[in-house]
Design a protein around this ligand. Structure first.
Ligand SMILES: *Cc1c(COP(=O)(O)O)cnc(C)c1O
Length: 222
């Protein structure tokens, strides 16, 4: 199906409070423009070089979300381009993002990535690490990052009950922070979970932001 129709279908299917991030990694800007022309404004990329190469070629009102493993030596290069970094997976990275945002005089939205999946290759805070860091006051006090919520991925499995359990754990952890230590943090409102294979379950479990690639742009050629 053409990209524009896929976008329209998703926008029609998602509840109004759920934002769609079009994950455009590995796809050329001509295809991103098809999504843009269908009204899509939030695009997700997981590699710094690719995001930095695409950003100047797309209209200025595109909001770029960084969703991949972010190496510390790449923070500076993406900072002028990103609206949100969804994949903050350590306190060290959080502090560095704050510092680099300050350096260019801006504030950047961030999500804290939770590791709930079985695969060791996925990164992020464990639930306990994140709750401990919050309790210790280590998430707050940064002036150039806006804590906007959490992001997570479910395991790669056909067992949809497990996927649902993992999404529920992400949502519960978000709720614990939002009603607990981060209760005073008004920006802390987003739960980014759900991809092409599992976004309907994620939405049922409380997602406010889905990251969809394949269902929009088709399969990626690596
Ligand atoms: C690639 C990717 C997605 C999108 O995956 P699809 O299965 O193509 O929808 C979502 N989130 C992250 C973090 C990704 O790397």
């Amino acid at each position: 199906m053409p990209i524009g129709e896929n976008i329209a279908k998703l926008h029609g299917a998602l509840p109004p409070h759920v934002r769609l991030v079009a994950v455009s990694k590995f796809h050329p800007v001509e295809r991103l423009m098809e999504a843009y022309e269908a009204g899509q404004r939030i695009f997700g990329e997981n590699r710094a070089q690719e995001l930095v190469a695409k950003a100047p070629q797309m209209p200025a009102d595109v909001q770029w979300h960084f969703i991949g493993k972010l190496q510390t030596n790449k923070v500076r290069m993406i900072m002028p381009h990103v609206a949100m970094i969804e994949s903050i997976d350590s306190l060290k990275l959080l502090a560095l993002v704050d510092k680099e945002a300050a350096r260019i005089g801006r504030t950047v939205d961030v999500l804290l990535q939770l590791h709930v999946a079985q695969e060791e290759t996925k990164s992020g805070f464990t639930v306990d690490e994140l709750l401990e860091a919050a309790k210790a006051g280590q998430l707050q006090g940064f002036e150039h990052v806006r804590l906007c919520g959490v992001m997570g991925m479910a395991s790669l499995t056909d067992d949809m009950r497990q996927v649902r359990r993992e999404f529920a754990l992400i949502k519960n952890t978000f709720d614990a922070l939002r009603t607990g230590v981060l209760a005073g943090c008004e920006s802390f409102a987003q739960v980014s979970m759900g991809m092409s294979d599992d976004w309907p379950i994620a939405v049922e479990e409380g997602s406010t932001m889905v990251r969809v690639g394949t269902d929009i742009f088709g399969a990626r050629e690596y």
